[in-house]
Write a protein that binds this ligand. Structure first.
Ligand SMILES: Cc1cc2nc3c(=O)[nH]c(=O)nc-3n(C[C@H](O)[C@H](O)[C@H](O)COP(=O)(O)OP(=O)(O)OC[C@H]3O[C@@H](n4cnc5c(N)ncnc54)[C@H](O)[C@@H]3O)c2cc1C
Length: 338
């Protein structure tokens, strides 16, 4: 029988460091093991949740159900072509370790995503992105196990319906499929995406030419300076998504807030920097007991020590309200709230 633990502490399984428990908890390191666990049918009797590293969740209470934790390892080259390499990666592989493997092989396609916490299996869920790169541009296939019939189902890139911090796995297919492995196409020619200003400046400061390794190094340096390390200060990165509004609305808001930061994403829509909205509302560094807005990164909510998930969600709600009142814009969490 697979190991299923009762009353299992999740404190070390979420980067906010929230001390709650799961009624049932089990890890799987292979598809076979996962099938064995699903044979118990516990997932049918209890609500369940699939967990990677817990770096994009907020636990607000004990989880009265079954947590399935993906630890499938392995990086396997499937094809080595003239211009690229096709690689299959286990869903439990640490994302940053995969990025470091890729750059060590002088391959390009994920280097700008260095140091994003989490697992490879979670990377398609919200189409992770940073510094001008999104994982959707390298993913070719997502291998899953369909929960209801315990059969393997493979999604093509198109099937995943990727968009900004979103995919089919965050929407309607959530809870129907467990991502077991992900296939990536990595380029042998360096993509050198340095247009995101800070990377170019960092490379200049380090006196380095752009290549996948140096770009990863630059991104690691920038992120280490900017973002709090969850091992030191509990957080889940950007707590809110950047809201997308009508460009006409943005033009109106600009009259009142000339410094408002927005990026045109289509003829009629503009994406607003949620961090700017929070910062400009005077909330950077705002703190209530042990729940707070990070002092340098307004988009990052932090646990200064003993904050409960409820205290963090209450803080998030207060921020949402203040942003709505000040700008008329609704901001929504990027993290999954449990
Ligand atoms: C300091 C910090 C910085 C961050 N920076 C970024 C950033 O720059 N860009 C970015 O995009 N994100 C960022 N994040 C968010 C986070 O790193 C990513 O969302 C990451 O992909 C989450 O991986 P995880 O394994 O921790 O997933 P979890 O937090 O464990 O799960 C997240 C979601 O994915 C689902 N899920 C996880 N594994 C599977 C699976 N195998 N099958 C099906 N569903 C699954 C879960 O059910 C949940 O809904 C940051 C987080 C932190 C703490």
């Amino acid at each position: 029988m697979s190991n299923i633990f009762n009353n299992y502490s999740l404190k070390n399984h979420n980067t906010f460091g929230i001390a709650v428990k799961a009624k049932y908890f089990s890890s799987f390191d292979s598809v076979l093991e996962l099938k064995k666990i699903l044979k118990t049918n516990l997932h049918q009797k209890e609500q369940f949740f699939i967990l990677g590293s817990g770096s994009n969740i907020l636990l607000t209470q004990d989880f009265d159900g079954f947590i399935l934790h993906n630890t499938i390892e392995g990086i396997c080259i499937l094809e080595d072509n003239e211009n690229d390499i096709l690689v299959e990666v286990g869903g439990g592989v640490v994302w940053h370790d995969f990025v470091m493997w890729s750059v060590s092989q002088e391959l390009s396609g994920v280097e700008n995503l260095a140091l994003i916490p989490g697992t490879v299996g979670a990377s398609p869920v919200q189409n992770i992105g940073a510094y001008g790169m999104e994982v959707k541009d390298t993913i070719t296939k997502v291998h899953t196990l369909e929960i209801k019939n315990k059969e393997v189902k493979i999604f093509s890139n198109k099937d995943c319906e990727f968009s900004y911090r979103n995919s089919i796995f965050k929407m309607e297919e959530k809870k129907k499929f467990i991502i077991t492995k992900v296939e990536f196409k990595l380029s042998k020619a360096p993509l050198n995406k340095t247009t995101y200003g800070a990377i170019e400046d960092e490379l200049k400061n380090l006196k380095l030419e752009a290549n996948p390794s140096t770009i990863a190094e630059a991104v690691i340096n920038i992120r280490s300076r900017k973002l709090p390390d969850p091992k030191v200060l509990g957080n889940s990165g950007s707590f809110f998504k950047n809201p997308v509004i009508e460009t006409s609305e943005f033009e109106e808001l600009k009259k009142e807030f000339p410094d408002m930061v927005g990026y045109t994403i289509s003829n009629s829509q503009t994406k607003i920097a949620a961090g700017w909205l929070i910062d400009n509302a005077g909330l950077k560094g705002y703190r209530k007991a042990d729940a707070g807005v990070h002092k340098n990164q307004a988009l990052v909510l932090v646990n200064y020590g003993n904050a409960s998930g409820t205290e963090i969600i209450n803080l998030a709600k207060e921020i949402q309200q203040k942003i709505k009142i000040k700008y008329g814009i609704s901001i929504v969490p990027e993290v999954s709230i449990l």
